[in-house]
Structures are given as structure tokens and as C-alpha cells.
Design a protein around this ligand. Structure first.
Ligand SMILES: [Zn+2]
Length: 313
């Protein structure tokens, strides 16, 4: 048997040591690659999340801001408040000259975790969103009243149901005081629709049945119910009203159609002003206001100051 020399042993020991060494080097390399991947994935995730949140904040801000139109100052304030609420306080608002379009640009920088090693401390995202107000062409919740086709003036008071003897005239069925039969004829259904709004969608072009008579008791109770629902302080007026107030009535704008029907040409919103008068003298008035709501819309619909905000960018 060949004798193992000291030299051979030493060589062997050296070889083992080197093996160990290169394994360590490999492990260190692998770990570096792994950590770098984790770092990249984490920072990309942070940047992506920031982008999504900024885009969502822009959409929310512009849709909320649109509720304030046509008042530019109000629209801007609402949009910016929404930005702050969604932790994206840097919101720039632009309102078109016709006050029917609003655009926001939202921007936010957020801190990165690992990329700082390479000198990148933050990631910045910006997003733009634009809303156009389109005239309402179909909606649920109208009251069983109608307003004749005309150009309305903001804040003005209009008669929504006439007292006997002051009806809208010869064009309409004689003796018609402004009441529509939506669910069907009768005082009970009329009162229900007056209180809660008609639960079916009514669209421009639809024909609605008219209902003659005064129905003063149910007119009184139905409208008073709405007035009592407004718990807002100060109470809602054209200068300041809450969008969800029950005093806001959606009224179809109509034109005569035969002797028993009217045709819907648009919609308008009124803040109940008064329901008064006993018996034949009973009437309803409302103040015309601007309003935004969800429903059907068309850019070419008749503009009566009631709009559906549509995200167009
Ligand atoms: Zn109110």
C-alpha cells in the first residue's frame, strides 16, 4: 500500500477548504440576487399602489366636485376636500367656461424602501380625471306633477300645481291643475308618488296620463311630508341646499299630448317652497335649482339645469 505522505494530506485539506469557500461565495451571491429581487418587487409594488390610489383619488375628487357646478368656487372646494380625505391633498382643479366640465389633476409622491440605496428616495404619480355634465334624459323618482316647457331661471319660484281657476290654459285639458297619474289614477297613489317619488324610470319622449281635480288633502300631506324631512340647519334654500334633501322634487317638463296625456321633454329640479290654500285654492310652488343626479343622460339632451356627471377621462 502506498504510504500517504504529509504533503498529500495537506493538499487534500486545502481542496476541502476551497470547496467550502466557493459554496459560501455562491450562497452570498444567491442571497444578494434574492434580496435585490425582493427590493425591486417591493418598490415596484409601492409605486404601483401609489399610482392606483392617486388615480382613484382623482376620479373621486372630480365626481364630487362636479356636484358643486355650476358654482366654480364650490366645485373646486369640494374636489380639494375629497383629495385631502383620500390622502392626496395635491389636487389642481379646472372648470370649463361653460361650467359643464371639470377636470382635476392629482399628484402625490411616496417614499420608497430599498431603491434609496441607489439614490431613489421617492416615487411620484399623477393622474387626470375629467367629468362632463350631461342633461338628464331618464330618471326614477319624479313627482306626479309637471312643469310646462319653458326656460327656467335659477332661484325663481314656479307654480307646480295650480289652484282651481288658474290652470295653465287652453293648450292643456281644461280643468287640469298639474297632477299626473304615474302609478295609476287616484288620490292614494298620487300621495305616495308625491311623498317618495315614482319608483319607475321615466324617459324623455314618454307619455304620461294626467289627472284632473284638486286633491288638496293629499297634496298638502304629501308635500308637507317632504318639507318635514328636511332636518338641515339652516333649512335648504336655493342658495344652500343639500343634494339628498327630500325638499328637492324632480319634475318632468312636459308638453300637451292629446287631451288626456302629456309628453316628457326633459326634467327639472325644484326645492319645495310652499304648499298652501284650502280646497280649490290649494297650490304648490317650488324654486328652480341646479341639480346633479344619476340616471340616463345625453350630451344633446335638453338642458334644464339637471345633470348626470359622466367621467370622460
Ligand atoms: Zn334640506
Amino acid at each position: 500500500m502506498k504510504k500517504i505522505t504529509r504533503k498529500t494530506v495537506k493538499l487534500f485539506q486545502l481542496m476541502v477548504k476551497e470547496e467550502k469557500g466557493s459554496a459560501l461565495v455562491l450562497m452570498a451571491l444567491a442571497l444578494t440576487v434574492l434580496l435585490s429581487s425582493v427590493a425591486i418587487v417591493t418598490d415596484v409594488g409601492i409605486a404601483y399602489l401609489n399610482k392606483i390610489q392617486v388615480a382613484n383619488a382623482a376620479d373621486a375628487a372630480v365626481l364630487a366636485g362636479a356636484q358643486g357646478l355650476p358654482d366654480e368656487t364650490k366645485a373646486t372646494a369640494i374636489a380639494q376636500a375629497y383629495g385631502t380625505r383620500n390622502s392626496v391633498p395635491n389636487i389642481n382643479v379646472e372648470v370649463a367656461e361653460n361650467k359643464k366640465e371639470i377636470q382635476v389633476t392629482a399628484e402625490r409622491s411616496t417614499n420608497l424602501l430599498f431603491a434609496r440605496i441607489m439614490g431613489y428616495n421617492t416615487t411620484r404619480a399623477s393622474a387626470q380625471a375629467r367629468v362632463r355634465l350631461e342633461p338628464l334624459t331618464g330618471v326614477k323618482g319624479i313627482v306626479p306633477l309637471g312643469i310646462e316647457e319653458q326656460t327656467l331661471v335659477f332661484g325663481e319660484t314656479y307654480v307646480l300645481k295650480y289652484a282651481a281657476g288658474s290652470d295653465p290654459g287652453d293648450e292643456y285639458h281644461s280643468g287640469w291643475l298639474g297632477i299626473l297619474a304615474l302609478q295609476g289614477p287616484g288620490a292614494k297613489l298620487y300621495e305616495e308618488d308625491l311623498k317618495y317619488g315614482f319608483d319607475q324610470e321615466v324617459k324623455v319622449g314618454d307619455l304620461l296620463d294626467i289627472q284632473t281635480g284638486n286633491i288638496s288633502g293629499k297634496t298638502q300631506s304629501g308635500v308637507q311630508y317632504r318639507i318635514d324631512q328636511c332636518k338641515h340647519t339652516p333649512t335648504c334654500t336655493p342658495d344652500h341646499y343639500e343634494k339628498d334633501c327630500a325638499k328637492i322634487m324632480l319634475v318632468p317638463m312636459i308638453r300637451p299630448y292629446g287631451t288626456k296625456q302629456v309628453q316628457v321633454v326633459g326634467f327639472a329640479a325644484f326645492l319645495v317652497d310652499a304648499v298652501a290654500g284650502m280646497g280649490n285654492e290649494n297650490y304648490i310652488t317650488g324654486q328652480f335649482i341646479y341639480h346633479t343626479i344619476s340616471g340616463d343622460s345625453s350630451p344633446t339632451g335638453k338642458d334644464n339645469g339637471i345633470y348626470v356627471p359622466r367621467l370622460i377621462q
